[in-house]
Design a protein around this ligand. Structure first.
Ligand SMILES: NC(=O)c1ccc[n+]([C@@H]2O[C@H](COP(=O)([O-])OP(=O)(O)OC[C@H]3O[C@@H](n4cnc5c(N)ncnc54)[C@H](O)[C@@H]3O)[C@@H](O)[C@H]2O)c1
Length: 329
């Protein structure tokens, strides 16, 4: 099958290799000409300098990319996803199956990518929408290390199609129909990964990190339920699973961004010194808005929101959490 990937960074090019391994023809569209040339001429992953199958091609041309396939994988940072989808809607001639693998929530609107798709893509150009998410570092999957993902769609047939498209002997894919739960879990865990990184940057130990991850999970569950997802999803691969892989790993740019904040950098400095997409800071903003909208008690999200927006200091954020009234677990 022909498949187009929009965004050929760390994750997009890694998924291109999975799809090429499964005998699909893959065309990547990226705005970075250097990335495109490295894929086409050198057959290397642009972020990791690892060899990739020579059958994978890349282009900067959006129309060429859209004409190539009926299946479109979205893998750009979520801050550009609305504008990218508007361009796709204008440039595409026929209906597409959209597979979203980006992990974020639009802070200004609280919209998930599925909401943005419905707002930007005309109904007659949208064949199906599937989100593919779960505990997955590109740094491992590129070496074909065992990984699991969830393929979620309201259209079970589409979820199963995507399951079969990606699954192979190193990637196991489950299906789900809880689109909102899977999208929310994949996004919100990045906020808690930032917090976990901040704790490490502050020099706190593993006791504190475990406490933040565990109490952070409580907040993730509340947010997933408010956004229309289920508890099963929250404790599944795209919730707890993704939290485990992200919240204490130096392969996680969100954890590392938190680490830098804990060591004294501002949120902007931490983002700008990362060469790859850091979704978690925007997700903290989005989680704060969701908390306000649904009247949720989210002390860890709230302390991190006040910290990354410069309203309180590191010391004050710690005091805010530690001075809370003692309570039952
Ligand atoms: N890296 C991972 O391990 C991983 C795993 C799962 C999900 N994700 C998610 O995938 C998304 C992308 O992450 P990444 O790690 O690949 O980031 P990245 O920064 O490595 O790559 C993003 C790519 O998007 C490209 N891009 C930006 N604007 C574009 C546009 N308008 N059109 C086409 N391409 C454009 C950039 O040039 C870049 O190559 C994020 O939402 C992230 O949370 C990443």
């Amino acid at each position: 099958m022909n498949i187009t990937i929009i965004g050929g960074g760390a994750w997009g090019t890694t998924l291109a290799q999975v799809l090429a391994d499964n005998n699909n023809q893959v065309l990547i569209r990226d705005i970075n000409l250097d990335f495109v040339q490295r894929i086409n001429r050198n057959h290397v992953h642009p972020s990791f300098d690892v060899s990739i199958p020579s059958s994978i091609k890349a282009t900067t041309d959006l129309v060429e990319a859209l004409d190539f396939a009926q299946v479109i994988v979205l893998c750009v940072p979520t801050k550009v996803i609305r504008s990218v989808l508007n361009q796709i809607n204008t440039s595409t001639k026929e209906p597409k199956i959209f597979i979203n693998v980006s992990k974020g929530i639009e802070p200004e609107t609280g919209d998930l990518v599925s909401d943005i798709i419905n707002e930007t893509i005309a109904k007659d150009k949208l064949k199906a929408y599937v989100v593919l998410s779960g505990p997955s570092h590109a740094e491992e999957l590129i070496f074909r290390k065992f990984t699991t993902l969830v393929s979620a769609s309201l259209d079970l047939e589409a979820a199963t199609m995507v399951q079969n498209l990606f699954a192979n002997d190193y990637l196991r894919v489950y299906t789900s129909q809880d689109v909102r739960g899977v999208e929310t879990g994949g996004a919100i865990k990045n906020a808690i990964a930032i917090v976990s990184g901040i704790a490490s940057g502050l020099g706190l130990g593993e006791n504190a990190r475990a406490a933040l991850i565990c109490r952070g999970m409580r907040e993730i569950v509340k947010i997933i339920l408010s956004m229309g997802g289920t508890k099963e999803t929250a404790y599944g691969l795209s919730g707890l699973g993704d939290l485990i892989v992200t919240a204490s790993s130096y392969n996680s740019r969100n954890f590392v961004a938190g680490l830098k904040i804990g060591q004294g950098q501002t949120a902007d400095e931490a983002i700008n010194t990362s060469t790859q997409t850091v979704e978690g800071i925007r997700t903290i903003m989005a989680a704060h808005q969701i908390g306000l909208k649904y009247h949720l008690e989210l002390p860890i999200i709230e302390a991190s929101y006040l910290l990354v927006t410069g309203k309180i200091t590191l010391k004050e954020s710690q005091n805010l959490l530690l001075s809370r009234k003692l309570k039952e677990e």
